[in-house]
Design a protein around this ligand. Structure first.
Ligand code: SF4
Length: 205
């Protein structure tokens, strides 16, 4: 029983848990300097996928599949952009490939939503971690020639490169309001637009 070892330690005069923990960690760290997760990954996303793949198989097996996998699927959206069967084939050697495919795609979908939500919350609290890309931000970024991409994550990355960090929170609001009031999806009112001379999509020229 675990509880009795705690008592035993006291009876043997080994010292209290709080006193023993530092040498326990130190000595183990010395003894097993190589103790680390065996999965190979270069980002949070890669770690997440590796851990999901490692269910019911060895880390070595996972590492065999992941270099090509991570090359092919660099972002969460990439896992959703292919048919499920294709991802199943790509992770087949790790076993339970159907369940794992379902789990990975579900997580990637949730990540997309979570990321957007986290950005909105962080921005409102004054700690913008990213730039919120909704339908207006996407359209305006494209029309203003700030991004060529369709994918919101890529658009965000393009915007992060050019918008000063201090403006990350307010920039999407500005685009959203401009989108609603002036740069309508179907009928942009370029003749009333304060950005007209800066905009490559102006219909006046
Ligand atoms: S000039 Fe026209 S297309 Fe460009 S941002 Fe203004 S309204 Fe939109």
């Amino acid at each position: 029983m675990a509880g009795s070892y705690v008592r035993e330690a006291r009876l043997r005069g080994l010292g209290r848990r709080r006193e023993r923990i530092a040498p326990i960690i130190d000595r183990l760290a010395n003894e097993h300097a190589d103790a680390a997760i065996a999965l190979r990954f270069r980002s949070d996303l890669e770690l997440l996928v590796s851990v999901m793949l490692s269910a019911q198989t060895t880390d070595v097996n996972v590492n065999r599949v992941t270099p090509a996998l991570f090359e092919k699927y660099p972002s969460p959206q990439d896992y959703l952009a292919v048919p499920a069967e294709e991802l199943e084939r790509d992770i087949y050697p790790t076993g339970f490939f159907r369940q794992k495919t379902k789990a990975i795609r579900g997580t990637m979908r949730a990540l997309g939503v979570a990321r957007k939500t986290a950005n909105v919350v962080a921005s409102e609290l004054g700690h913008a971690q990213g730039i919120v890309v909704d339908t207006h931000v996407r359209r305006l970024s494209q029309r203003l020639g700030l991004s060529r991409n369709e994918d919101p994550v890529k658009i965000e990355r393009d915007l992060q490169r050019v918008v000063p960090r201090a403006d990350w929170a307010r920039f999407p609001h500005l685009l959203i309001w401009h989108g609603r009031r002036v740069c309508d999806a179907r009928r942009p009112r370029c003749e009333h637009c304060v950005l007209e001379d800066l905009c490559p999509s102006s219909r006046l020229r």
